[in-house]
Write a protein that binds this ligand. Structure first.
Ligand SMILES: [Zn+2]
Length: 434
């Protein structure tokens, strides 16, 4: 098997940091740290840009070996003699294909149970390559240890991101302290278990780190929309709820922070939330069981055909549609399309007036879209919905890099997960000069 070239090597005080994916590209994060006799790996990402170059439509990956050979997933040398593989979160450009990980390697996930109830259960039995995402039943998986050091010298720090839960990692090595950001934003949409990075480092007594690997997704080369901050999002949603009857929101089923945000907006407006996707049910269980959240204004649509473990009332979609003013309908893209098509068949004369759909586009460059947004939009228009796109980035905004650098004060700064590292380096140099 071909060994994929290492994209970049940084040496620091007898420690070797190898970037196997994520250097001058968004996606495919894979970082190997060799510190004395110890080797640990951060993330196991799929390089989407490469994946899209080789596959489309019915041209699908033949297996792990082919993906490795094309350099789309990390080569076997990445895992060789490693103590542990740390996964920052479940976006595919970070979690990657766990079936490709050797059985004797310890895989550290932010939360095994959530992974099982989301990705693993969605893709188990999938007839596409997405089935390779699943670990085998013999893979050694453990939960990350949050806020204290584990046996490999790693501390997981829960951070805000558009996939929940997400971790940054601090490695307290023999020869250095290293910070690996994973993906993170500095302004959470909702708190859940998210921690303030500055506060955590202060509590750990860490004033500065030797090396910081920082994502720069929002330092883009493409033309971007003006960023929607949580505050702008709140205002837009408030506006939509005040002018429209039924408001439906389509979101990434991993985005628990967004769901929490919608739940709190709904109760502010005296609306019920109707959940109409099976893939969102895990979040109701988690909110109730792990965060003690009160779900009294939440309903699950009968048409979902299954219910969460936690007791939640059910409602018929016809009721939600008839009493649109009283509800926010929450869906995710895959189920949304199914529901829309069924609705058209059931209720032929159905036409929504004064109803809006907000598409919270999942991170466009971080995952495979199972339904194209344009397809959903076309179906929605046949039903008379107004369609809006409103996305809060899962990543910190460019002007906030300075804040991150001030928190970490890294002696060596390595920008990753961006095509445009130069402005990041400029911000770093200026920050360190002053
Ligand atoms: Zn991500």
């Amino acid at each position: 098997m071909r060994t994929t070239p290492i994209q970049k090597v940084v040496e620091y005080n007898n420690t070797r940091i190898e970037i196997h994916g994520g250097w001058r590209e968004v996606g495919g994060n894979c970082i190997v740290v060799r510190d004395g006799g110890r080797k640990i790996v951060f993330d196991n990402g799929i390089r989407f840009k490469e994946l899209r170059r080789f596959y489309s439509g019915r041209v699908e990956p033949l297996g792990v070996a082919e993906l490795r050979d094309l350099g789309i997933i990390p080569g076997p040398e990445v895992y060789d003699k490693a103590e542990a593989l740390y996964i920052s979160h479940a976006h595919m450009d970070h979690i990657g294909l766990l079936s490709a990980v050797p059985l004797d390697l310890e895989v550290v996930l932010p939360d095994m149970q959530i992974a099982e109830e989301t990705l693993f259960s969605w893709y188990r039995g999938s007839r596409t390559w997405l089935a390779y995402l699943l670990p085998t039943y013999r893979t050694k998986i453990i939960n990350a240890r949050n806020l204290s050091e584990d046996s490999h010298g790693v501390i997981a720090i829960p951070v805000s991101h558009s996939a929940y839960p997400a971790n940054s990692f601090l490695y307290l090595g023999k020869n250095l302290t290293l910070f690996y950001s994973g993906d993170l934003r500095l302004e959470p949409l909702a708190l859940a278990n998210v921690q303030d990075l500055g506060e955590v480092l202060k509590k750990l007594g860490i004033d500065s780190v030797d090396v910081a690997l920082i994502e720069g997704t929002n330092f883009s080369l493409e033309l971007e929309h003006f960023p929607v901050t949580p505050q702008l999002f709140r205002e837009s949603l408030t506006y939509a709820l005040s002018i429209y009857d039924l408001v439906a929101i389509s979101l990434d089923p991993l985005d628990l922070e967004a769901l929490l945000f919608i739940l709190s907006s709904a109760s502010m407006f005296g609306r019920y939330v109707a959940i109409s996707s099976k893939r969102l049910l895990w979040a109701l269980d988690y909110l109730r069981e792990s965060l003690g959240y009160n779900l009294q204004n939440v309903y699950v649509a009968l048409e979902v055909g299954s219910t969460p473990r936690t007791p939640v009332d059910t409602v018929e979609l016809a009721e939600v549609i008839n009493q649109g003013k009283d509800y926010i309908l929450v869906v995710e893209p895959v189920a949304f399309l199914e529901i829309l098509r069924k609705l058209r068949l059931w209720i032929r004369e159905l036409e929504f007036t004064n109803s809006a759909v907000i598409l919270m586009d999942p991170e466009p460059r971080e995952s495979i879209k199972e339904v194209e947004e344009n397809t959903i939009a076309r179906w929605l228009r046949t039903l008379g919905f107004e369609i809006y796109r409103l996305r809060v980035s899962g990543h910190y905004l460019p002007h906030q890099l300075r804040e991150l650098i001030d928190i970490l004060k890294p002696k060596t700064f390595i920008p990753i997960h961006t095509e445009n590292p130069l402005p990041m380096e400029t911000v770093y140099k200026r920050a360190m000069r002053s």
